[in-house]
Design a protein around this ligand. Sequence first.
Ligand SMILES: [Zn+2]
Length: 330
Amino acid sequence: MSEAPHLTFDLDTPGVSRGHLFVPGGADRGELSLPVFSLNQGEGPRLLVTGGNHGNELEGPIVARRLINWLPEAQTCGRVIVLPVLNPLAVQAWSRNTPLDGLNLNRVFPGRADGSVTERIADAVSHVLLPMADTVFDLHSFGPTWDFPPAATTHPVADPDLMARTVRMAEAFNLPLTLVWQHNDTAGMFDITAQKQGKVFVCAEFGGGAVGADNLAIYEAGVRNALMALGLVEGKAEYPTFRHRSSGQTLETHPSDELKSPAAGIFEPRCSVLDEVKQGDLVGILHPMDSLSSKSIDIRAPGTSTVLAISSGMHVDASKVVALVARPRK
Ligand SMILES: [Zn+2]
């Protein structure tokens, strides 16, 4: 029997600690040591910040490292634990999933102690770090094949009190978009495990496409705003603008708000994220490439809505989601 997952330092130590989350080895590979930063300033909120859940979303790890740099000067109370890279195997491969076992870390929570490496990471995080926090910020971005506005997101939560607290926390990022996102693929998400333990969980989704300085500045300002709202740091909230838009919208999106490719081909975007569209407005065009006699097909908005996410111009299979729209939260 291998060693149980553990931290290499005591989180109760006052002040700054740096060490590792030890993830035991298994049949597929040896142990992993994930770098962890902790700043314990006594009584107050207990926050866990994670990045690198998906290996091709690198804004989160970068902002987590920036946070570690300024937190010692700024944090006045409580405890913040930062784990910049949850899945180093995926990050090193710039891959959404872990190359070794092909698994999506954000679909295997709470993990398995005797599972493959991705499941062992989830198990270590669920059992060692999660119990030490009341609030979790999991820093994602939308991946390289999408355009997406800076957003603090949550899925619908069954407990109305936890839902209200989660939406308030997400809105405290002061980002251009707060999103309640209902989709059908939530089993095994980190959110679900944390919410089952009664924790407020906010997932940040930013940008997509290339990692850029402007998006990183917005991202970091959002995280700082949220830390201020928790009372962990002092200062004045910022209201970052994104493509000339400031904060303020809280929207919701459902599975029926996914616009899918009507055929295989190249998707051409015809609008931008945060555009307001009416029923029948052109969102994009699908160009079949198998024959020049195949007509290009318009993809139109199903109703009055805001364009939330739009796929980069790329070749897609039939029935692949190419755009998402959203509406004001009821
Ligand atoms: Zn992600």
